[in-house]
Write a protein that binds this ligand. Sequence first.
Ligand code: 5RP
Length: 217
Amino acid sequence: MDINDKKKLAAEAAIDYIQIGDVVGVGTGSTANYFIDALADIKGKIDGAVASSEASARLLQSHGIRVLDLNATGQLPVYIDGADEATQQRSLIKGGGGALTREKIVANASRKFVCIADDSKLVASLGKFPLPVEVIPMARSSVARELVQLGGVPELREGFTTDNGNIILDVHNLEILQPAKMESDISVMAGVVTVGIFAHRPADVLLLGGDSGLTTI
Ligand code: 5RP
C-alpha cells in the first residue's frame, strides 16, 4: 500500500465518528483533503463544516459543503485533522502545512479530536519533524534567540505567510520528552502566536493507516 492509500484509509475511517446533523471541524493537509473528499459523499447528512485554513475552506466549498464561522457555531462535536508526528499518548506535532493556529483553535473548540495519518507518523518521542512555530513578524529574531536557548535550531520558512499574516519558524534539533511543558514554555514567548505541539489538547483518537490495515489508538 502506498502512503496515499494509507492516508486515505485513515481519512475514510474518520467518517464513522460523524453523526447526522453535526457541524464538523475540518483540518488541513493532504490527509485532511482525503477526508474532505469522503465528507462530500455524506454532505447531505451534516449541517456544515468549520475549516482550519483558507485552503480547506475552498476545498469544502468546491464540494458544495457549507463552511461556517466558528464564532457562530459554539462547541463542535468533532474535529478531524492530520499530523506531522504522533505519540502513543496522542500528543502531536502539527503545522507542516502552516495552519497550526487555526487548527489548535478548532481542536480546542471540539469535544472529540480524531487525528488521521499514515502509520509513518507514529513516533516514540516528538521532535524529529522540525517544530513549526507561528510568530508575529517583528518578533522573528527575539523568538529565534529564545528557541536557541532551548536547544533548538530555528529556520525561517522562506516565502511563506500564514492565513493570519504571520511567519513560521521551523525548529530543528529539539528532543521533546515533555510535550506539555515544551508547549507551555514556547507558548509564553512574547511574539509567539502558536507552537505546533498539541499536548495540552492532544488527539482523543488516532487513526493510522498501514500495510496491515487501520490501527486505532
Ligand atoms: C497542517 C498540518 C497537517 O495536518 C500536517 O502537516 C500533516 O499533513 P499531511 O496530511 O499532508 O501529511 O498540521 O498545518
